[in-house]
Design a protein around this ligand. Structure first.
Ligand SMILES: [Zn+2]
Length: 223
């Protein structure tokens, strides 16, 4: 097996088109270090790349991706916790001003949780990880006779909002949110439509961003 040709082709295209445009920015960022103001917690899903969706340039987004865009609650137990480490670095060292939890439609992780699928491995890493969705599922109540797709979309959205509650259990996150220097948001990407919506706490719902929507329309973050 060779290094994937697709990556060589993609990198060659990057060298030809994007790098010449961004060369100066890369050099500056290398010298001064990164200073992104926004952290995104996204899903590993290959269709939901935050840099693509937000048309981000190098240095603009600090991204952590995991199955189903989750974050655990604050648990200082000495275990190796990738999301908590990234969060700590983003908030304490980079001093990001916003954290966006980016949920999405047709999330395989959420679906696996809802359908209680068989473990893929004896360690069942996914099963254990997906337990983080339980509070959101409890909040929604049993599926009952709701159509599966509607239920999954509701769970994807509820889980993104609940993940903000987990972020608030980190003492430094809570402190900065209370000081007004950090804001937490939940957003939701519709894979098929390309629609992006943002959670509006006063409405208790996700509201779609239209091309001409001013940022003030989303003034009140969840935290
Ligand atoms: Zn997903």
């Amino acid at each position: 097996m060779t290094f994937p040709q697709r990556l060589i082709d993609g990198y060659t295209a990057f060298l030809r088109t994007r790098l010449p445009l961004e060369q100066r920015r890369f050099s500056e960022l290398a010298e001064t270090g990164q200073r992104p103001e926004i952290m995104v917690i996204g899903c590993c899903d290959s269709r939901v790349s935050p840099e693509v969706i937000f048309d981000a340039r190098p240095g603009e987004l600090f991204v952590v991706r995991n199955v189903a865009n989750l974050a655990p609650p604050y648990t200082p137990d000495g275990a190796q916790r990738a999301v908590s480490a990234a969060l700590e670095f983003a908030v304490q060292a980079l001093k990001v001003k916003h954290i966006v939890v980016l949920g999405h439609a047709q999330c395989g992780g959420i679906r696996a949780f809802a359908e209680d699928v068989e473990p893929l491995s004896p360690g069942d890493f996914i099963g254990h990880w997906m337990k983080l969705i339980e509070p959101a599922a409890r909040m929604l109540g049993p599926r009952g006779d709701r159509p599966l797709n509607g239920y999954l979309a509701a769970l994807e959205q509820a889980s993104a909002v609940k993940t903000l509650d987990n972020l608030m259990t980190f003492p430094y996150v809570r402190t900065l949110v209370e000081r007004g220097t950090l804001a937490l948001h939940a957003a939701y990407f519709g894979v098929a439509s390309g629609d992006l919506s943002v959670y509006q706490p006063e409405r208790g719902a996700f509201v779609r961003i239209a091309a001409d929507t001013p940022a003030q329309a989303f003034e009140a973050p969840r935290f």
